[in-house]
Design a protein around this ligand. Structure first.
Ligand SMILES: *[C@@H]1O[C@H](CO)[C@@H](O)[C@H](O)[C@H]1NC(C)=O
Ligand SMILES: *[C@@H]1O[C@H](CO)[C@@H](O)[C@H](O)[C@H]1NC(C)=O
Ligand SMILES: *[C@@H]1O[C@H](CO)[C@@H](O)[C@H](O)[C@H]1NC(C)=O
Ligand SMILES: *[C@@H]1O[C@H](CO)[C@@H](O)[C@H](O)[C@H]1NC(C)=O
Ligand SMILES: *[C@@H]1O[C@H](CO)[C@@H](O)[C@H](O)[C@H]1NC(C)=O
Ligand SMILES: *[C@@H]1O[C@H](CO)[C@@H](O)[C@H](O)[C@H]1NC(C)=O
Ligand SMILES: *[C@@H]1O[C@H](CO)[C@@H](O)[C@H](O)[C@H]1NC(C)=O
Ligand SMILES: *[C@@H]1O[C@H](CO)[C@@H](O)[C@H](O)[C@H]1NC(C)=O
Ligand SMILES: *[C@@H]1O[C@H](CO)[C@@H](O)[C@H](O)[C@H]1NC(C)=O
Ligand SMILES: *[C@@H]1O[C@H](CO)[C@@H](O)[C@H](O)[C@H]1NC(C)=O
Length: 751
C-alpha cells in the first residue's frame, strides 16, 4: 500500500501548490509562527527539501526546534504536531491558545517524523459559505485558515467574491446591470444560487457593494491560503445564467432547470446554458481569465456543480457524457491544467436518477482519471465510491458531512471516521486521493473534525481512547486537571460520539427548533434526525455533571474558553433532549380523554419554562448568540451611504435563513439554531402559541387542525424574519449571566 500510495501521490502532487519546488516559500509559515506564538517564533526554524511527499521531520537544534518538510503544508502540520504533542496546546474554532506554550520549549529527543496518507486534505462544502461564513470578516477567516493549515489541510474551497467576477463576465457578454442583479441571490443564500437551485432575491436586489466587499475579502483569503501552502479550489462558470441571456443570445441552447424545494418558479428553475453550446466555452474563458487576473496563477482546481439537487434535462447516458465533455473542454480551453472538482452529493440524494450507468457515462465524459476530483460527500454514512467502482478510477476524497443547515447538536461516529478512510484507501483498485470535511455548517462537534484531519496523517486507525484523552488534556490545559473532565469525554466519546445507529448518522436536531405540531417531530431519522440514539441520563447528563464536578474541583477551569463552551454545549444537549419528554407529555395530556383546557395549559407550562432556561444557558456564551450572527451581518453596512437600508436587508437575510428559509417557509427550520435570542424571541413564542391553541380547542370543543397550526407558525416566522434585533425587551448584544452558575442550576433542576 505504501508504494502504491506513493505513486498515486506523486502523480497528484504536481497539481498542488507548495510542493518543494522553486516557487514554494516558507514565508507564510514563519508569518504563521509570528502570528500564533510571537514570543517563541524565533525558536522555530523550517526548511523545505525533497523526500517523501507531504512529510516532515521535527528535530531539536541548538537554538530551538527545526522542522524539515517536503511541502509547505507538511511544514505547517509538523509545526502543529510539535505545538500539540510537545507543547500541549492547540488552536480551536473558539480561538487560538497556542500562546500558552511552556516558557522553555520541550525538546523532542529522537526526531519525529510524520507523513500524510493522502495527497489531498480537503475542507468546506459550497453551502458552508452560506451557513457558517457568509458574514465573516478577515479576522474570522484568519483564525479559520490557521486552524486548517496547522492541521495539514491543503485543499480548501474559496467561494467568496464569486458574484463579482460572474457579474463582470455577464456584463462583458452584453447583459445589463439589472438583468444580472435580478439573477443573484441575497448574501445568506448565495450557495444555492451558485448551485443553480435558486435565482434572485425575495427582499430586494443584492447591492453591488456586497460583491465589491466580498471580492476584496477573497483576494486576502486566496493570498493567505497560498502563503499557508494550500491550493484554493476556485469557482468557475457552471452554466447557470440570468433569464435574459436567452434574449441576448436567441440561438444559444438554454434550458430551464428543475424546481427546487417548493420555491416559486420565478426564484428557481434556473436557466442553464448547455455546455455543448459554444457560448459556454466563451463565458468560461471570460470568467477564468478575469479570475486569474484578479488572484494570480494560484490554482488549477475548479469547483463546478451542475446537478446538485437539480435534475439533468435528460437521463440519456450519451447526453450526460456530452455535458461533462463540453464542460471539461471549456475548462481546459481556459486553463490547460484545469482539474474539475465536484461534490458527489447528487449520487446519494438522487440515487434513483443516478444509476451506475448514468454515473459512469457522466464521469466518462471527462477524459483521464487525474482530471477530476469527486468529493464522496457523506462517506461516513452513505458512501458512493463503493457502488461506482471507486468512481471508475477518477480521483475522489473521503468526506465527513456534519451540521446540516448548520444545526447544532452533538453527534459523531469516531470508529467510522478513523477506520472508514483506511479501509477505503486500502480497498482493491481504490482511487481515493484525499480526506476532508464537507460539513454544511461548521458548528460544534469539533472533536469529530479534529479526529478526521488527524487521521489523514496516520496510516493506521487512531486509537480513539488514547486520542480523546490527549485531546482533553490539550483542550483544558490546567494542572491539576480533575479526572472528572476526562471522564466526561470518555462517556461522550464512547456513546454520543460513537453513534452506530444507521438512522441517525448526522447532527441531531432539537425538536424545540421545529415548528410545533402534534405529530411528526420526534423519532425522525435521515439527515435531520430528531431521534436520540443514546440514553440521555447516562451520557450527556452524566457528562454535564462530570464537567461541573471538574469545575468545582478546579474553579480555574472557568478561565478556559473551550471549557465554558463545552459546559454550555453539553448542558444544551441535555436540556434539548429533555424537551422531547416534555413535548411527549404535552401530547399525551392533549390526547387524554379527560383533557381540559387547564390540563393542557398545565402540561405546556414546563415546556415553556424549559425554553426560557435553554435561552438563559445559551446567553452565557458568546458562541451561542443570535446577536452575534446579526452583528456580523450588519457589520458590512458600516460606512455605506445607505447604511440603514443595507443593514435591514442584511439582518433580514440573516434571520430568514435560520427561520423560514425562503419567502414563505419553503424549507422552514432547515437551518434552525440553538442560539440565545432565537429560542427566546422565536421558538418560545411559537410553542406558547401552540399550547394556547391546543387549550383553545379543548375550550371550544373544536378539532385539531394541522393546517391552521402551520399557518399560525408561518405568520410568526414572517414577522420574526422581519424583526430588528435590539428593539425588543432584553435584546442585548453580548452575553448575560455566568455559565457555571446557570448550568449547575439547570442540570439540578431538570435532571
Ligand atoms: C532535511 O531533510 C533532507 C532529506 O532528508 C536532508 O537532506 C536535509 O539535510 C535536511 N535539512 C535539514 C536542515 O535538516
Ligand atoms: C440565429 O439563427 C438564425 C438561423 O440560423 C440566424 O438567421 C440568426 O442570425 C441567428 N441569430 C443570432 C443572434 O446569431
Ligand atoms: C424558462 O422559464 C421562463 C419563465 O417561466 C420562460 O419564459 C421560458 O420560456 C422558459 N424557457 C424554456 C427554454 O423553457
Ligand atoms: C452530443 O453533442 C453533439 C454536439 O457536440 C450532438 O451532435 C449530439 O447530438 C449530442 N448527443 C446527445 C445525446 O445529446
Ligand atoms: C457501501 O458501503 C455502505 C456502508 O458500509 C453500505 O451500506 C453499502 O451497502 C455499500 N454499497 C455497496 C454497493 O457495496
Ligand atoms: C482510469 O482508472 C480506471 C480504473 O482503474 C482504469 O481502468 C483506466 O484505464 C484509467 N484511465 C486512464 C486514462 O488512466
Ligand atoms: C432519566 O431520568 C429521568 C429523571 O430522573 C427519569 O424520569 C427517566 O425515566 C430516566 N430515563 C431513563 C431511560 O432511565
Ligand atoms: C394524538 O392525537 C392526534 C390526533 O388528534 C394523533 O394524530 C396523534 O398520533 C396522537 N398522539 C399520540 C402520541 O397519541
Ligand atoms: C376558540 O374560540 C374563540 C372564540 O370564539 C376563537 O377566537 C378562537 O379562534 C377559537 N380557537 C380555536 C383553536 O378553536
Ligand atoms: C416586513 O417589513 C416590511 C418592510 O418593513 C413590510 O412592508 C412588511 O409588511 C413586513 N411583513 C411582515 C409579515 O411583517
Amino acid at each position: 500500500m505504501a508504494l502504491r500510495h506513493r505513486l498515486l501521490a506523486l502523480l497528484s502532487f504536481s497539481l498542488l501548490a507548495g510542493a518543494a519546488s522553486s516557487t514554494a516559500t516558507l514565508d507564510g509559515i514563519y508569518a504563521l509562527a509570528k502570528r500564533r506564538v510571537p514570543t517563541h517564533a524565533h525558536s522555530f526554524s523550517f526548511s523545505l527539501s525533497s523526500g517523501d511527499p507531504d512529510s516532515f521531520v521535527i528535530s531539536d537544534v541548538p537554538l530551538g526546534i527545526h522542522i524539515n518538510c517536503t511541502t509547505v503544508s507538511a511544514c505547517a502540520r509538523g509545526f502543529y504536531t510539535y505545538l500539540t504533542q510537545f507543547g500541549g496546546t492547540d488552536i480551536w474554532w473558539t480561538g487560538s491558545r497556542l500562546t500558552h506554550l511552556p516558557i522553555h520549549l520541550p525538546r523532542v529527543g529522537s526526531p519525529v517524523k510524520g507523513q500524510a496518507i493522502v495527497p489531498y486534505r480537503y475542507h468546506f462544502n459550497t453551502v458552508t459559505f452560506s451557513y457558517t461564513t457568509p458574514f465573516w470578516n478577515f479576522d474570522q477567516w484568519e483564525l479559520e485558515l490557521d486552524w486548517l493549515a496547522l492541521r495539514g489541510v491543503n485543499l480548501p474551497l474559496a467561494w467568496n467574491g464569486y458574484e463579482y467576477i460572474l457579474a463582470e463576465t455577464f456584463r462583458e457578454a452584453g447583459l445589463t446591470d439589472n438583468e444580472i442583479t435580478s439573477f443573484l441571490s441575497g448574501p445568506a443564500f448565495q450557495a444555492w444560487n451558485r448551485f443553480g437551485n435558486i435565482q434572485g432575491s425575495w427582499d430586494g436586489d443584492l447591492p453591488a457593494a456586497w460583491n465589491h466587499d466580498q471580492f476584496k475579502l477573497q483576494k486576502q483569503i486566496v493570498q493567505r491560503m497560498k502563503e499557508l501552502g494550500m491550493t484554493p479550489v476556485l469557482p468557475s462558470f457552471s452554466g447557470f445564467v440570468p433569464r435574459a441571456m436567452s434574449s441576448h443570445y436567441p440561438n444559444a441552447s438554454i434550458i430551464n432547470g428543475s424546481q427546487w424545494s417548493g420555491f416559486p418558479s420565478e426564484l428557481t428553475r434556473v436557466s442553464f446554458l448547455e455546455p455543448v453550446d459554444p457560448l459556454f466555452a466563451r463565458l468560461q474563458n471570460s470568467f477564468i481569465s478575469k479570475q486569474r487576473e484578479a488572484y494570480g496563477d494560484v490554482s488549477h482546481i475548479y469547483t463546478l456543480d451542475q446537478y446538485n439537487e437539480n435534475d439533468p434535462f435528460s437521463g440519456d447516458p450519451a447526453y450526460l457524457a456530452n455535458v461533462t465533455a463540453g464542460t471539461f473542454a471549456s475548462l481546459r480551453d481556459a486553463d490547460p491544467d484545469a482539474v474539475w472538482l465536484m461534490q458527489g452529493w447528487l449520487f446519494f440524494s438522487d440515487s434513483a436518477f443516478w444509476t451506475d450507468a448514468r454515473i459512469e457515462a457522466y464521469l466518462g465524459g471527462v477524459p483521464g482519471n487525474d482530471s477530476m476530483i469527486i468529493l464522496d460527500l457523506y462517506s461516513e454514512a452513505q458512501p458512493q465510491w463503493n457502488r461506482t467502482s471507486s468512481y471508475y478510477g477518477k480521483q475522489w476524497v473521503w468526506c465527513e458531512l456534519h451540521g446540516y443547515g448548520g444545526n447544532i447538536g452533538m453527534e459523531g461516529n469516531l470508529d467510522a471516521i478513523t477506520q472508514g478512510p483506511i479501509t477505503a484507501l486500502n480497498a482493491p483498485g481504490s482511487s481515493m486521493k484525499g480526506m476532508g470535511l464537507t460539513m454544511e455548517g461548521q458548528e460544534g462537534n469539533e472533536l469529530v473534525y479534529n479526529t478526521l484531519l488527524d487521521q489523514a496523517w496516520s496510516s493506521k486507525p487512531l486509537d480513539t481512547a488514547t486520542y480523546v484523552d490527549k485531546w482533553v488534556s490539550r483542550r483544558y490545559p490546567k494542572s491539576p486537571l480533575p479526572k472528572a473532565a476526562h471522564e466526561a469525554w470518555r462517556v461522550l466519546s464512547t456513546t454520543v460520539y460513537n453513534n452506530k445507529d444507521p438512522n441517525t448518522q448526522a447532527t441531531i436536531k432539537g425538536i424545540f427548533e421545529l415548528a410545533p405540531a402534534l405529530t411528526g417531530l420526534t423519532g425522525r431519522g435521515g439527515h435531520h434526525p430528531t431521534s436520540i440514539p443514546y440514553d440521555t441520563n447516562t451520557t450527556v447528563l452524566l457528562a454535564a455533571k462530570y464537567l461541573l464536578e471538574a469545575h468545582r474541583q478546579n474553579p480555574q477551569l472557568a478561565s478556559i474558553p473551550e471549557f465554558g463552551y463545552d459546559v454550555v454545549d453539553v448542558t444544551r444537549q441535555f436540556l434539548s433532549n429533555r424537551f422531547i419528554d416534555r413535548y411527549t407529555a404535552l401530547v399525551a395530556a392533549y390526547n387524554a380523554t379527560s383533557a381540559t383546557a387547564d390540563s393542557v395549559t398545565a402540561a405546556g407550562a414546563p415546556l415553556l419554562q424549559l425554553l426560557s432556561d435553554i435561552d438563559a444557558l445559551l446567553a452565557t456564551n458568546e458562541h451561542f448568540l443570535l446577536s452575534a450572527w446579526i452583528q456580523d451581518a450588519k457589520r458590512w453596512a458600516r460606512g455605506k451611504t445607505d447604511r440603514d437600508t443595507y443593514a435591514r436587508y442584511l439582518e433580514y437575510n440573516a434571520r430568514n435563513q435560520i427561520s423560514l428559509w425562503g419567502p414563505d417557509g419553503e424549507i422552514n427550520d432547515y437551518a434552525s439554531k440553538a442560539w440565545a435570542g432565537v429560542v427566546r424571541t422565536y421558538y418560545r413564542p411559537r410553542w406558547a402559541a401552540f399550547v394556547e391553541y391546543l387549550a383553545d380547542t379543548k375550550r371550544n370543543g373544536t378539532a385539531y387542525n394541522a393546517k391552521a397550526v402551520q399557518a399560525t407558525m408561518l405568520a410568526i416566522g414572517q414577522e420574526w424574519s422581519n424583526g430588528t434585533w435590539g428593539t425588543g425587551e432584553g435584546e442585548v448584544w453580548g452575553t448575560v449571566g455566568d455559565t457555571f452558575e446557570v448550568a449547575s442550576r439547570l442540570v439540578g433542576k431538570w435532571a
